[in-house]
Design a binder for this molecule. Structure first.
Ligand SMILES: Cc1cc2nc3c(=O)[nH]c(=O)nc-3n(C[C@H](O)[C@H](O)[C@H](O)COP(=O)(O)OP(=O)(O)OC[C@H]3O[C@@H](n4cnc5c(N)ncnc54)[C@H](O)[C@@H]3O)c2cc1C
Length: 382
C-alpha cells in the first residue's frame, strides 16, 4: 500500500497549486462579488490541459486518469470553489457522458472543443419537481420521424448558459419499459437549438462565479442521431456518471477544507488578542488540529475510492462515503475557519467567508448527504 503520488501526479498538483495561487486568487473575489463568470481563468485552464485530464489523447485529451482530475480539483478548491466546480462539471458531467457513451461521430464532433476548454457542456438531470428521485423525471422526448421532440424543464444546471456552452445532455422519458417503469434516455441538445431556452442565472448563496440556470424545452427538435448511447440506458448512464462525480466532488470538498486550514493557520499567527497571537492559545490550536485531521481523513477516503475505480473494482460505496465525509468536513472546517477569523470571517473580502458560503452546497449537489447514506446502506444489503 503506497499513498504517495506518482511523479506525474505530484507535478500536476504543483502546477495547479501555482496556477490557483498566481492566476485565480488575485482575481476571483471580484468575480464572486460581481457574479461574473471567469472566462479568462477558464481559457488558461484550457491551455494547461485541465479540461482534457482524464481523457485519451485521440480526441485531444491529456491521457491522464480520473485521479489526476481529482488532484486538480482539490488544488483549485483550496483557493476557490466556483472555478473548481466549473472544471468538475465541465469534465465529469459535461464531457464524460459523451466520452463514455457517445458514438464515434458524436465524440469527433464534440470532444475536441470540450477537452480543450474552448467549449463547455452541461448535464441536465435535475428538474424543478425532482432531484434526488431522478426516476421522477417528467421531461419527455418523442421520436417524430428522424427527430426527437423534447418538452420539459431542468433546474440548477451548471455551465449551461455561458457564452461558450456548446450543448447540454438532457435526461428524458422516451417510453415505458416492459415492467411499466419509465424508459429514460439521454439526448444531446446543442446550444441555440430553437425551443431550448436558458433562464437568467440564479441568485445563489455561494459558487457565485459559476454558471447555473434553469432550462426549458418547448417542442425542441434535435436529430434522432443526438441520442447518447442506446435508447432506455439513461438511468444506468447517469448512475455511472454520478458515482464517478462523487469522487470528484469529494476532492473538491477536501480542497475547500484544506483551504480553511491554510487561511486559519495564517490568520492565527497574525491576529493578536490579549497581548499575543491567537494561535498561541490552545483552544485555537486544537480547532486547527481538528480541521487538519478532518481534511486528511477525507482525502484518504477519496484516494481510496479513486484507486478502486481506476483498478476497475466496485467503488459505489466508497465514492458515497468519500462524498458524504468530505462534504461534512468542508462544512465543519468552513464554520471553524470563520470562527477563528472572528468578525473578519463574516466579511466577504476574506477567503473564509467565501469558503463558508461555498461549503453548504457540497452536502446537496450530485446527491445529498441523505442520498449518500441511502447508497451506503443499500450497498450493505439493507
Ligand atoms: C448550484 C447547483 C448546481 C447544480 N448543478 C447541477 C447540474 O449541473 N446538473 C444537475 O442535473 N443537477 C444539478 N444540481 C442539482 C442538485 O444535484 C440537486 O439539487 C440535488 O440532487 C438535490 O435535489 P433537489 O434539490 O431536488 O432536492 P430534493 O430531492 O427535493 O430533496 C430535498 C430534501 O429531501 C431529502 N430527501 C429526498 N429523498 C429522500 C429520501 N428518500 N430519504 C431521506 N431524505 C430524502 C434530500 O436529501 C433533501 O434534504 C445543482 C444544484 C445546485 C444548487
Amino acid at each position: 500500500m503506497d499513498f504517495r503520488l506518482s511523479e506525474e501526479h505530484e507535478a500536476l498538483r504543483e502546477s495547479v497549486r501555482d496556477f490557483a495561487r498566481d492566476a485565480v486568487a488575485p482575481v476571483i473575489a471580484e468575480h464572486y462579488e460581481r457574479h461574473t463568470f471567469p472566462y479568462e481563468i477558464v481559457r488558461q485552464m484550457g491551455k494547461m490541459g485541465l479540461f482534457g485530464l482524464p481523457f485519451p489523447e485521440e480526441h485531444g485529451g491529456m491521457g491522464g486518469d480520473y485521479f489526476a482530475l481529482c488532484l486538480a480539483l482539490e488544488e483549485l478548491a483550496r483557493v476557490d470553489s466556483s472555478v473548481a466546480i466549473t472544471l468538475e462539471a465541465a469534465v465529469s458531467l459535461g464531457a464524460m457522458p459523451i466520452h463514455r457513451f457517445g458514438t464515434d461521430e458524436q465524440k469527433a464532433r464534440w470532444l475536441p472543443k470540450l477537452l480543450s476548454g474552448e467549449a463547455l457542456a452541461g448535464f441536465g438531470l435535475t428538474e424543478p419537481g425532482t432531484g434526488s428521485d431522478a426516476g421522477g423525471t417528467q421531461t419527455r422526448a418523442v421520436l417524430d420521424g428522424d427527430e426527437w421532440v423534447i418538452n420539459g424543464s431542468k433546474a440548477f444546471i451548471t455551465n449551461s448558459g455561458t457564452d461558450i456552452t456548446a450543448l447540454v445532455t438532457v435526461t428524458a422519458v422516451t417510453g415505458t419499459n416492459p415492467d411499466g417503469s419509465k424508459e429514460l434516455s439521454t439526448i444531446i441538445v446543442p446550444a441555440g437549438t430553437p425551443g431550448f431556452t436558458v433562464a437568467p442565472g440564479y441568485s445563489k448563496v455561494g459558487w457565485n462565479a459559476s454558471d447555473t440556470h434553469e432550462l426549458t424545452f418547448d417542442d425542441c427538435r434535435v436529430p434522432a442521431g443526438n441520442l447518447l448511447g442506446a435508447r432506455g440506458r439513461g438511468f444506468a448512464q447517469f448512475l455511472r456518471i454520478l458515482d464517478e462525480g462523487r469522487i470528484a466532488i469529494a476532492a473538491l470538498a477536501v480542497g475547500l477544507a484544506q483551504g480553511c486550514v491554510d487561511e486559519s493557520v495564517k490568520y492565527a499567527k497574525e491576529r493578536q488578542a490579549f497581548g499575543q497571537p491567537i494561535g498561541n492559545y490552545q483552544a485555537i490550536q486544537f480547532k486547527i488540529a481538528d480541521m487538519e485531521l478532518k481534511a486528511h481523513t477525507a482525502r484518504l477516503a477519496y484516494y481510496d475510492a479513486a484507486a478502486r475505480m481506476l483498478a476497475g473494482e466496485p467503488f459505489k460505496r466508497q465514492a458515497a462515503i468519500a462524498k458524504l465525509h468530505a462534504s461534512t468536513v468542508a462544512v465543519d472546517n468552513a464554520r471553524e475557519a470563520t470562527q477563528i477569523h472572528g468578525g473578519y470571517g463574516f466579511m466577504n473580502e476574506y477567503p473564509v467567508a467565501r469558503f463558508w458560503r461555498d461549503s453548504k452546497i457540497l452536502e446537496i449537489g450530485e446527491g445529498t448527504s441523505e442520498v449518500q447514506r441511502m447508497i451506503i446502506a443499500r450497498d450493505l444489503g439493507m
